[in-house]
Design a binder for this molecule. Structure first.
Ligand code: GLN
Ligand code: ZN
Length: 768
């Protein structure tokens, strides 16, 4: 029996990679220094896994930005717009330009599109394909990292996204072909990489093919058959681990089991039943191994050893120990790094902490499970085992978790509680009258730059170097300056800037009961951006108003409307580590009631426009279509519960950070927000396809510029996008706004861009 890790967090236990990348981008450290930081993280991770006793240790799981972009570079799929840049820049700068866009010394290229990685909050850079896309081995990262570990005496298992999933992750950038048609062009480069790895004596190769958990067409399924047969034919000695995760193989199981690979990795957290299916199918070829993903790579709960050992036993009984590998359900990049760094007993109490495990603890769990399952250690004499059982038992009964009042309120929700008082048309009349906004009203999504200074205030306040009053005064000053800037720029609906917030979910989690949070539980979201999800461990309720004070203060400074700014229940759920002892829908409804109370309190405080952000509603979609309806039902209902406590006159906005909602547009409309702002600019208003077929009934603000890039767009560019939008959306339904919050941007570029944006709205008004 072996242990098999699929991927280890690469941000560094103290976010070393984030810090170094940002210093490098700011021109404050050299490329060598950044590369060195990367190397240190890799070496540390490999050593840790090796010392813990992991048998199959991944390499190429490290990335300076994103593993999909790494592969795009390795395969030389560099879009034409970067060719010029590629000539006079280092590969590293080319790489970052593809990730973030680049605007310097007269050159101006936009970034590649970014989108969510399956149903996680990790974002990858979307490969772009042309009809006759050529591939060539461009970067040898996969090989050099393997060699680097070899030098330490650690023989790793290179991890690559498999060819089929790689193509499916991408997008066709011209008509007349399907990206899967590119397989024949693509495969030779994979072969070249495998050839080199084989020369370096690689033994195992992990191919991640998470598309096997999705609904596939016959031709896509056929692609898997072709690829893995070819690989097997050319590289019969390489031991191929085919990793599927985030859901069952489903109807792809038969295709998958027929592939000539060494090992199938199964996500037994998301889909425990598939183990029976596979063992009973009789379709598993002889000598093929199973990697059992029993330790949850997506959540922070301690494994339940008893339960895992039962699953493992089923597999060993059927196949024998030597064919079994013990693994996390998926790569651990979705887990925080190290629970040992959580030393603040006041926030993360020992009672809660004993229920948790982060990446470092999870690899230890897989090692322990292997030792128990193979009888290297007798569970009867194991303190680790005993502790695990006790922790899991007392979690079930802990008084910290159960709040009867909350349960009763959820049970008492009436049908009318998820409906606004009137239909949109009626509400709209009241809102037009009350708000008196111009055509093409301009607004932003909520946050303004969280400068190093603003963050330093919070840090000082937390350390006790600033009193609450001093801290609040500073935040007030920043808020006021932001209100003044928005007034001067001529923005119509203002925001307070969210300076008091560390993060749009953590801020709320800190104020809600049933949540706790970590000091250092960071998880990569995209590039250098990390999030620190709160931990929902118990029934959720809102003891006190959470945002009223700041919204009220900001509104008191100006005659213009200031939008109240909340995070919606689905997003809070989705971006937290969620308890696994009750259905997600139940937890979501509890959060919805808490947000509803806040919305009502904001209205009472005189706030007329309230935005309830739901950027995560789409990523909560189950991977398989047949499960969508059930999820959308409870998710949309939760949003509506949160938004429906107010009068007609109060305008409810929502915001989503993506444009791909062709397939759920009816559900988005069912949320019945008065205004929705969405991402659009990176995909050049692709969302408009959705509107060609569907008459979105309420108002909409298609983001007119990309805030994920420091690039300043011109008003002409934005006018073009708005014109495109007004072809399919009536002009009196259109809003003008950036495509997301501005917290990651600098003031300089923010100011310039918003001035251009207001000018664009002005031009649109004049043209009517
Ligand atoms: N109101 C949030 C902000 O502006 C929304 C962020 C998001 O959609 N991710 O930061
Ligand atoms: Zn957003």
């Amino acid at each position: 029996m072996k242990t098999n890790n699929l991927g280890y967090p690469r941000i560094g236990s103290n976010r070393e990679l984030k810090k170094a990348s940002e210093l490098y981008w700011a021109g404050k450290i050299s490329a060598e220094e950044l590369l060195e930081t990367g190397k240190e993280i890799r070496l540390k991770n490999w050593k840790l896994q090796s010392e813990t006793g992991v048998d199959l240790i991944p390499s190429n799981d490290f990335s300076f930005y994103d593993q999909v972009l790494d592969l795009t570079l390795a395969l030389g799929a560099i879009p034409a717009r970067y060719q010029e840049l590629a000539k006079n820049n280092s590969p590293l700068d080319l790489y970052f330009a593809m990730a973030r866009g680049s605007q310097k010394e007269g050159q101006d290229v936009v970034a590649m599109e970014m989108t969510k990685w399956f149903d996680t909050n990790y974002h990858y850079i979307v490969p772009e394909f042309t009809k006759n896309q050529k591939f060539e081995l461009f970067s040898e990262k996969i090989i050099t990292e393997f060699k680097e570990a070899n030098e330490l005496g650690i023989k790793t298992k290179p991890v690559l996204i498999g060819p089929v999933s790689y193509l499916l992750l991408g997008k066709e950038k011209e008509e007349g072909f399907h990206r899967i048609d590119l397989l024949d062009n693509l495969l030779p480069v994979y072969f070249e990489i495998l050839e080199k790895l084989q020369t370096e004596n690689a033994e195992y190769i992990q191919f991640d093919e998470p598309f096997l958990a999705l609904n596939l067409t016959d031709s896509e399924r056929g692609a898997f058959t072709k690829v893995y047969n070819e690989i097997n034919k050319r590289f019969p000695k390489l031991k191929i681990i085919l990793a599927n995760y985030f859901d069952c193989f489903g109807e792809n199981l038969e295709t998958a089991l027929a592939l000539p690979v060494n090992t199938f990795h199964l996500d037994l957290v998301r889909c425990p039943l598939q183990l029976d299916d596979i063992l009973e199918s009789g379709k598993l070829a002889e000598n093929v191994n199973l990697s059992l993903g029993v330790v949850d790579g997506r959540n922070i709960w301690k494994n339940d050893f008893k339960k895992s050992l039962e699953l493992i036993k089923k597999a060993t009984d059927a196949l024998g120990e030597s064919q079994i590998l013990i693994a996390p359900s998926c790569s651990l990049i979705h887990s925080p790094c190290d629970l040992d760094l959580e030393t603040n007993d006041e926030t993360l109490t020992p009672e809660i902490k004993q229920w948790l495990a982060f990446a470092k603890q999870k690899i230890n769990e897989i090692v322990l499970l292997k030792q128990f399952a193979s009888n290297e250690i007798d569970i009867k004499n194991s303190v680790d085992y005993e502790r695990n059982v006790i922790a899991n038992e007392n979690r079930k009964t802990s008084k910290l978790i159960h709040n009867n009042e909350v349960k009763a309120r959820v049970a008492g929700i009436k049908a009318s509680d998820d409906k606004r008082k009137s239909i949109f048309a009626t509400r709209r009349k009241s809102q037009v009258e009350a708000l008196k906004l111009p055509l093409f009203p301009t607004t932003t999504i909520g946050s303004f730059p969280q400068t190093a200074e603003v963050r330093s205030w919070r840090a000082k306040f937390k350390k006790g170097e600033l009193t609450r009053k001093e801290y609040n005064d500073l935040i007030e000053k920043e808020t006021e300056a932001t209100i003044r800037f928005q007034e001067e720029t001529g923005i119509d609906v203002l925001v307070h800037g969210e300076f008091e917030r560390n993060d749009m979910v953590e801020y709320f989690g800190e104020q809600l009961d049933g949540f706790t949070f970590t000091k250092n539980g960071w998880v990569q979201s995209y590039g250098s951006r990390c999030v620190k999800p709160p931990v929902i461990y118990g029934d959720v309720s809102r003891p006190n108003p959470m945002t009223v004070k700041w919204s009220k203060y900001a509104q008191s400074l100006t005659q213009k409307w200031v939008k109240g700014m909340l995070t919606g229940p689905v997003t809070i759920l989705q971006w937290s580590f969620v308890r696994n002892d009750q259905p997600r829908s139940e937890t979501c409804t509890q959060i919805a009631l808490a947000i509803r109370d806040e919305v009502v309190d904001l209205e009472k405080a005189g706030i007329k426009i309230i935005q309830i952000d739901e950027p995560a509603i789409r990523e909560g979609l189950p991977l398989r279509k047949e499960e969508w309806a059930k999820y959308l039902d409870w998710a949309v209902r939760a949003f509506r519960i949160s938004a429906s406590g107010v009068n007609d006159e109060t305008q409810i906005h929502t915001h989503m950070c993506y444009s791909e909602f062709n397939d759920i547009i009816q559900n988005i409309a069912d949320m019945d927000a008065d205004v929705i702002t969405i991402e659009c600019s990176r995909s050049q208003m692709e969302l408009l396809d959705a509107f060609a077929n569907f008459k979105y009934p309420n108002e909409i603000g298609p983001g007119v510029y990309d805030i994920h890039s420091p690039r300043v767009p011109s008003s002409a560019e934005m006018v073009r996008l708005l014109e495109k939008a007004s072809d399919v959306i009536p002009v009196d339904q259109l809003w003008v706004n950036p495509d997301c919050g501005l917290k990651t941007r600098h003031w300089d570029e923010t100011k310039k861009a918003l001035i251009e944006m207001v000018a664009a709205a002005q031009k649109m008004r004049e043209a009517i």
